[in-house]
Design a binder for this molecule. Structure first.
Ligand code: SF4
Length: 318
């Protein structure tokens, strides 16, 4: 639902480029969703992404929610929204409506809580208001997700780490929250592209973005978040739209390999390391990036790292 319900213009945003190949043509209707859902016999998770779902005109909002009644029992609705959609009386009314439906997750776009970065992005959000919304929805019993970004204008690694810690502190009590992490890309036709072309914005280099992502993922997972996505969904329309920035079709895998290398080096700086077999590709994929990075972090040679790393079977050196 590219940009539907959203009247803002964040400098980096082009939801059409991001969602077009995922069927986000903006023509979705409650009837088309119903027809789609009636094909299923097993429970589904119906997801509305790309705009500000809770800001849709009320009648349309409830008709989209009603569509879940056409899905098999046990199905749920997940959607993304702008935190401001849940402020004040309007937000309370929205939460009351949502309580009547099987809501899976409410994902809040909180790219950062750094006021300077928010202002540079043209969002004009009040970070404290976003925090209050998280608390309000948490206390109302909804399962939450946060969509966080790195590499925004005016953002630093330190402020990103502070964001994750602050958001994590809102969970507590063993409560877990979904976590999506997106590196900021310069997309064609956006204000950010104009800023980039004027030399006012310098995007993160790919390697820097991978390292920051790995560090934040590790921080987030140990603080009560479940990382469910890193990097935008790869698609031809996204690829075509990227002017600059840390774009890589397998960005998430690179970030996960960085996370694993970081964790192994912290847990045991001199090895040996034994990892689950399912994780081995994070060390050996993409030109053995994880192994090379672990060597860099521990001051060993690649061969030494390979000799100290095992799953249930030893890894063969190439
Ligand atoms: S609030 Fe979300 S959908 Fe709206 S312009 Fe900003 S990033 Fe795009």
């Amino acid at each position: 639902m590219p940009a539907r319900g959203c009247g803002r213009r964040c400098v980096y945003c082009d939801q059409r480029a991001i969602t077009r190949d995922a069927g986000g043509d903006g023509e979705l209707t409650p009837d088309s969703v119903r027809a789609f859902l009636s094909r299923y016999s097993e429970p589904v998770e119906l997801c509305f992404f790309g705009g500000s779902f809770a800001r849709l005109e009320r009648g349309l909002f409830t008709r989209f929610l009603d569509a879940i009644k056409s899905a098999p029992p046990g199905s749920s609705v997940t959607f993304s929204s702008y935190p401001g959609d849940f402020e004040g009386e309007y937000g309370e009314e929205t939460a009351e409506i949502l309580k009547k439906y099987p809501i899976g997750t409410i994902e809040l776009g909180i790219p950062t809580l750094d006021p300077d970065a928010l202002a540079s992005c043209g969002r004009g959000d009040d970070p404290d208001a976003a925090v209050r919304v998280v608390e309000f929805l948490r206390d109302a019993g909804f399962h939450l997700g946060v969509q966080v970004m790195i590499g925004l204008p005016g953002q630093t690694d330190e402020s990103s780490t502070r964001d994750v810690k602050r958001l994590a502190s809102l969970m507590g009590g063993g409560m877990r929250c979904d976590f999506r992490l997106y590196p900021c890309l310069v997309l064609k036709g956006t204000e950010l592209e104009a800023m980039f072309l004027r030399g006012e914005y310098r995007p993160l280099a790919l390697e820097d973005a991978v390292r920051t992502s790995g560090m934040l993922l590790s921080e987030a997972e140990s603080s009560g978040f479940d990382a469910i996505r890193v990097g935008l969904l790869e698609s031809p329309s996204l690829k075509e739209s990227v002017t600059a920035g840390p774009y890589h079709p397998a960005f998430g895998e690179l970030a996960l390999s960085e996370k694993l290398a970081l964790e192994l080096s912290h847990e045991n700086p001199s090895g040996p390391w034994r990892i689950e077999r399912r994780l081995i590709s994070r060390m050996t994929g993409h030109g053995r990036r994880g192994i090379k990075r672990l060597a860099e972090l521990t001051g060993m040679t690649v061969r030494e790292v390979e000799s100290k790393l095992s799953t249930s079977a030893l890894i063969k050196c190439s």
